[in-house]
Design a protein around this ligand. Sequence first.
Ligand code: SAM
Length: 300
Amino acid sequence: MPGPGILSDGWFREESSMWPGQAQGLKVEKVLYDQPTEFQHLTVFESDPKGPWGTVMTLDGAIQLTDYDEFVYHEMLANLSLTCHHKPERVLVIGGGDGGVVREVLRHKSEKEGVVQSVELVDIDGAVIDQSKQHFPQIACGLANPCVTATVGDGAAFVHNAPDNVYDVVIIDTTDPEGPASELFGAEFYKNVRRILRPGGIVCNQGESIWLHRPLIEKMMSFLKKDIGFTTVKYAMIYTPTYPCGSIGTLVCAKSVDTDLTVPRRPVESLGFADELKYYSSDMHRAAFVLPRFAAYLNE
Ligand code: SAM
């Protein structure tokens, strides 16, 4: 039985109750992996070679990444957070089992200051890590770095059990709230995230789309500020063609009052790898926090 969205006419169609009445389609050249895991249905397929998208990963029928545009979201999550921290030595990634965020975080290890010392990744699904290593080696490459530890486990339980004040940056790269990531969009989880951040710490997440999920974004911004106590909470917009509506975002939160999230403290242009990036720059950083008029109130 083919996984969700894999149709008998040779196309993948991304339908979901989280974006009702719309669907994005990709032509399937070859299905490379299509199995239920303990937590979700994982599919990897090669798209039409006449198109640009290359190999595609979906979970429960929702596109997670494609070869062609994966760099957008991964560069933004890693650099929006790390460049605003004065010395991000210890980084935690929740989710992100494909390795894309880790690959980008590791650029901050090889910069001239060599600032990142360790990266811990916690993904609930070992099959995502395994299949990414097999079908997306250019994305999973960082997982083999000796300063990276990859653990298979629930991110909510991990942060619940982690000691206070240990991480400089936490990056939450999860699936959507319907499914195994549901708790990772709740206040209890973020209470622990704030607790395990050192003073000056920064967290950012997979913050969904202003076109589809503004009620969720509003609710999260409200509890992150009022109930959890982050001093600054801002939404940054990220243009990604293969996420629903071509747009995703990230909620970026600071633990300390002296952190400005909208302007990089350590501009990437001074770090020695800016030319390797394809989307993120200091200009893109500042621009990401400028929202269209209908959503501008989120950052006011
Ligand atoms: N940026 C992608 C997107 O939004 O389409 C997300 C990519 S990444 C593959 C998402 C990862 O979150 C998956 O590997 C999934 O297994 C992981 N995940 C979901 N729930 C989780 C949980 N409770 N704890 C840790 N990882 C979780």
